[in-house]
Design a protein around this ligand. Structure first.
Ligand SMILES: Cc1cc2nc3c(=O)[nH]c(=O)nc-3n(C[C@H](O)[C@H](O)[C@H](O)COP(=O)(O)O)c2cc1C
Length: 173
C-alpha cells in the first residue's frame, strides 16, 4: 500500500476485460452496510472513451478536441458510479462511502497487478452532460474515473511519501 503511486503518464498497455473482472470481483471485500453493493464501474476503451470526452466538452461549453484528447489519454478509463439502493437503514452517505472504498481499492489492486492509474474528477464529474454521455441516469452519479494504463518506468523507485503527523491523525480520548 505504501508503494502505490498515482500515474498520470502511462503506456498503451492495459489490463484485459478478464483481468479487470478478477480485480473487480475482489470488491465484495469492501465494507458494505447491508451488502447493498451500491456501485458499478463503467469500462471505457477505444472509441467509447470519446463519449466521456464529448460529455466533458458539453459540460465545459466547448473545446471538444481538448476534452476528447483528455479522455483518450490512457487506453482504459474506469468510471466509478454510485448506484444508490432504496434502504430504510442505509443513508446515501454510507452508500457513497462504499463506492469510494471501491475506487480506492481498485487503484490499489491495479497497482498490485502492475498497472498505473490516477483517480480524476475535474470540474464536471457531477454534470448532467457527462452522466448523459456515458449512460448514467439519476439517482446514479459519478465519483470520477480512473485513467489506467501501463507503468512506463517500472524500475524507478517512488519518492518516499511525507510521513503523517501521527498525533494529528490518531488521537486518543
Ligand atoms: C475523489 C478524488 C478526485 C480527484 N480528482 C483529481 C483531479 O481531478 N485531478 C488531479 O490531478 N488529481 C485528482 N485527484 C488526486 C489524484 O488521484 C492523486 O491522488 C494525486 O495526484 C496524488 O497522487 P498519489 O495518489 O500518488 O498520492 C483526485 C483524488 C480523489 C480521491
Amino acid at each position: 500500500m505504501q508503494a502505490r503511486r498515482s500515474h498520470s503518464k502511462v503506456t498503451d498497455a492495459a489490463p484485459s476485460h478478464e483481468e479487470l473482472g478478477r480485480i473487480v470481483s475482489a470488491m465484495n471485500a469492501v465494507a458494505d452496510h447491508s451488502n447493498l453493493r451500491p456501485w458499478r464501474i463503467i469500462e471505457l476503451r477505444g472509441k467509447a472513451r470519446k463519449k466521456l470526452g464529448k460529455g466533458l466538452a458539453k459540460a465545459a461549453g466547448g473545446d471538444r478536441d481538448k476534452y476528447i484528447a483528455k479522455a483518450t489519454r490512457t487506453p482504459l478509463v474506469l468510471v466509478v458510479v454510485v448506484s444508490p439502493r432504496q434502504s430504510g437503514k442505509v443513508p446515501l452517505w454510507e452508500q457513497e462511502a462504499v463506492a469510494s472504498g471501491v475506487a480506492h481499492l481498485l487503484g490499489l489492486l491495479l497497482h498490485e497487478a502492475g498497472w498505473g492509474s490516477i483517480w480524476k474528477t475535474g470540474s464536471y464529474a457531477r454534470s448532467k452532460a457527462v452522466r448523459k454521455a456515458i449512460g448514467v441516469k439519476r439517482p446514479e452519479y459519478l465519483l470520477g474515473w480512473l485513467y489506467v494504463g501501463g507503468i512506463p518506468d517500472r524500475d524507478r523507485k517512488p519518492k518516499p511519501r511525507k510521513p503523517l503527523d501521527i498525533d494529528r491523525h490518531l488521537t486518543v480520548l
